[in-house]
Design a protein around this ligand. Structure first.
Ligand code: ADE
Length: 251
């Protein structure tokens, strides 16, 4: 899968993609990326990419001509790519959308804004606007890197042999259960006994119960329709929480 970033700050993209799993995947050719800088398509002496907004107001707006020229250049290189603009007003990014992008297999042109935003006419050249959350960042580079990272995890071979993005939090519909490694006891905190006894049926049951507990406590809206087994495990979690709440306070 190929990614082209339309960005005024290609160094930020190179830096963001230059480490760990994503770097390894790029080196292995499992994905590829490049940047196109709209500033290279300016025609004036100062290489101007932004201007003041019509109608007044604070901040600067990205001019349409350099942005559209950069998108056109990217489309020449990847004619079938989906053009996605980073925008706090876009569709909220999610694990599902990451999987859809990866499974769909279309190359992605990720358009990064800066300053107060894009001249709205740019969106005629864009297929989809995506937001990574309800907060406003100074630019679209971090959101674009977030999207490439989350999508890349679904590309076969990017994660280790035995890891799978399909088993992650959100892909399973639940938050993750807690994980532990050695030592058995750290600063007086012990690893739950069940994880050390090697009974895989019990370990799986405990993990499922912990995932249900975390989801119930922190993201109850994700719970939806539960299977009979999950409903029983969640009832256990809730009974244990109620018993815990009823305990007299330790002095
Ligand atoms: N640009 C600025 N903030 C953003 C956000 N939350 N998501 C996507 N692009 C953005």
């Amino acid at each position: 899968m190929k990614f082209i970033f339309i960005t005024l700050f290609p160094e930020q993209i190179a830096q963001g993609a230059g480490h760990s799993i994503i770097k390894r995947a790029l080196d292995a050719g499992l994905l590829s990326m490049s940047c196109i800088n709209p500033r290279d398509f300016t025609t004036d002496k100062h290489r101007t990419v932004d201007d003041t907004p019509f109608g007044g107001g604070a901040g600067m707006v990205l001019k349409p001509a350099p942005m559209v020229a950069a998108i056109r250049k990217a489309k020449e290189q990847l004619p079938d790519a989906l053009v996605v603009a980073m925008s706090p007003g876009g569709k909220t990014f999610s694990q599902q959308l990451a999987e859809d992008f990866a499974v769909g297999g279309r190359d992605l042109i990720l358009v990064c804004g800066h300053y107060e935003g894009f001249d709205a006419r740019i969106f005629h050249w864009v297929d989809l606007k995506v937001s990574i959350g309800d907060y406003v960042l100074t630019g679209g580079e971090l959101p674009a890197l977030v999207i490439m990272d989350a999508v890349a995890r679904f590309i076969p071979g990017v994660l280790g042999k035995f890891a799978s993005a399909v088993e992650d939090s959100f892909s399973t519909g639940l938050l993750e259960y807690p994980q532990y490694t050695r030592p058995d006891v750290f600063e007086g905190l012990a690893v739950p006994e069940v994880l050390r006894n090697g009974n895989h049926a019990l370990i799986n049951r405990w993990r499922r119960k912990e995932a249900l507990k975390a989801t119930w406590l922190h993201r109850p809206e994700l719970l939806g329709q539960l299977t009979k087994t999950d409903a029983k495990l969640l009832a256990e979690v809730q009974a244990e929480a109620a018993a815990e709440a009823d305990k007299p306070e330790e002095k």
